[in-house]
Design a protein around this ligand. Structure first.
Ligand SMILES: C[S@@+](CC[C@H](N)C(=O)[O-])C[C@H]1O[C@@H](n2cnc3c(N)ncnc32)[C@H](O)[C@@H]1O
Length: 491
């Protein structure tokens, strides 16, 4: 039998995929999102977690670093990627995560069940039998009450990308060497862009691509835009395929799907009764036309998670911007809170203003639900505001208490995972599953020294020797205060 996975194995062994750090796929964020969707996923701190197609495992390793009692398994086709991940696991001293070489078509751990199964950026980029086997594996391995997260490019928004991607693959097929192929493909894209006529249907996609190309890693571009297999499903087709494996869709990590206040009556009717999430998501994709990447939650049709228990166990943070200029005709200066996604809120109701002010004051820290209710004095109002700002994507909700401190102790301890990552690389992962790129180059070396054996005087002494300049314990204190805001010091 032909090896169906041969082309993916070769591609990912030859060109290392630059793993993106994705906080939405962590049990912490999935449980929090589930409570907003109306269901209660298992306790992340004691869960079993499987990542399918984990690449070098950076995401599952990050999950393991903050949940010592939870069990983590990741597998991937690429031996090279798994070897890199295992080296990081060893360097970070983690004993609760196992990385294995394995094929979705023939995974060895049959019969084992997991509370969380995550699979990011694989489904749309593998052949159809692998897509089916992936959902079959989730159907077989998801524990009752468990939740899976599968992300994929989705139709209809991905339709122009499909055609451009196939054209690039055909036109660069004979070119030897990854770099030369990527260069040729980028050149073709520039030529296409230059020649689009007025009213071109491809133009919007080419413009999005032209804007993002400078930030794309060549390896990322190769695996996404020159992949041998690229077949994004619609949300409804994905739901139907999952249904055939005993699974049903329970929502999307893009919580903006829950925000439908902007739809008129005819549009709302297209969404259906709310129970068929596949049909609902597809309708939203047609209504808005913008959502190309879906991050779908799946649960067992015969044993979904129990109903939600409210938001009371959650922690909230606001990591966006605040602008205090005049934003309306009242003549008063009002705060405007905005996030990366382009969403914003100018609080109108007092409860909105109180919740956002409280979160602003707490930055870079977080507030528990109870702390927010204390600040607003009204639980129902706080609940409603939190639901609104979370679905807007303005505020992040976490289901587990912070593992980090903003006030490092006498002998500061930076996360062992961050220290291990900085030993060989230029970025690390925070204790809230975000990418940490130091503002100042010496930060990486400094954090590696923060292993709990040195006080501020010892840190000053060592940093002075490294930098060839006199660093005082006071300056170390200031650096600690600054860097601790990046959520990297252990409590
Ligand atoms: C685009 S990368 C995504 C990697 C990682 N999940 C991430 O988000 O960074 C796709 C991954 O799927 C893996 N893959 C492809 N086909 C597979 C299969 N049949 N079994 C296991 N892994 C597979 C590749 O080796 C590659 O690491």
């Amino acid at each position: 039998m032909a090896d169906i996975s041969a082309s993916e194995r070769e591609a990912y062994d030859t060109v290392a995929y630059p793993t993106a750090i994705v906080s939405h796929m962590t049990p912490d964020r999935i449980r929090a999102a589930g409570l907003l969707h109306g269901w209660s996923a298992p306790d992340p701190s004691a869960a079993s977690v499987l990542e399918i197609g984990c690449g070098d495992g950076l995401n599952i390793i990050g999950m393991a670093a903050v949940a010592p009692r939870a069990r983590h398994v990741g597998f991937d086709l690429s031996e090279h990627a798994i070897a890199r991940g295992r080296a990081l696991v060893a360097a970070a001293g983690l004993t609760n995560v196992t990385l294995e070489v394995g094929d979705i078509l023939d995974w060895a751990r049959k019969g084992e069940r997991f509370d969380y199964i995550v699979c990011h950026g694989v489904y749309a980029w593998v052949p159809e039998p692998v897509q089916r086997a992936l959902l079959g594996l989730i159907g077989a391995a998801l524990a009752p009450g468990g939740v899976a997260y599968v992300s994929y490019d989705a139709l209809p928004a991905a339709a122009p990308k499909v055609e451009i991607q196939r054209f690039l693959v055909r036109r660069t097929a004979g070119i030897e060497g990854v770099e030369a192929r990527v260069r040729a493909a980028v050149g073709i894209l520039a030529t296409l862009s230059r020649h689009q006529v007025e009213g071109s249907r491809l133009k919007p996609q080419l413009e999005v691509l032209a804007r993002s190309l400078p930030s794309f890693d060549a390896a990322y571009f190769f695996h996404d835009w020159l992949a041998d297999h690229y077949a994004p499903p619609s949300a409804a087709a994905f739901a139907a395929a999952a249904g055939a494996e005993g699974l049903k869709v329970a929502g999307d990590a893009g919580l903006t799907d829950l925000f439908t206040h902007d739809l008129d009556a005819e549009a709302a009717q297209l969404l259906g009764d709310g129970d068929d999430w596949g049909a609902r998501s597809e309708a939203l994709d047609f209504l808005r036309g913008a959502q190309m990447f879906r991050r779908t939650y799946l649960v067992r049709a015969d044993a979904p998670p129990p109903p939600a228990t409210g938001l009371k166990d959650l922690y909230f943070s606001f990591d966006g911007e605040r602008d205090m200029s005049r934003h309306d005709e009242t003549g008063e200066d009002r705060p405007r809170y905005s996030a990366d996604l382009g969403t914003f809120l100018i609080p109108t109701a007092p409860a909105q203003a109180a919740v956002m002010q409280a979160l602003w004051d707490a930055r870079p820290g977080e507030l528990s639900y109870a702390q927010i209710v204390t600040r607003t004095g009204d639980e129902a109002a706080a609940d409603e505001v939190l639901r609104r700002v979370c679905t807007l994507g303005l505020v992040a909700a976490h289901a587990t208490p912070p593992a980090y401190t903003l006030t490092p102790g006498e002998r500061p301890i930076a996360s062992p995972l961050a220290r291990a990552m900085f030993a060989t690389g230029s970025y690390a992962m925070t204790l809230r599953h975000a990418r940490l790129v130091p503002k100042e180059p010496p930060t990486a070396a400094f954090l590696q020294l923060c292993d709990g054996t040195r006080d501020r005087a010892a840190l000053a002494h060592e940093m002075s020797a490294r930098l060839g300049a006199s660093i005082t314990p006071g300056q170390i204190g200031a650096a600690l205060a600054d860097i601790s805001g990046r959520r990297v010091f252990l409590a």
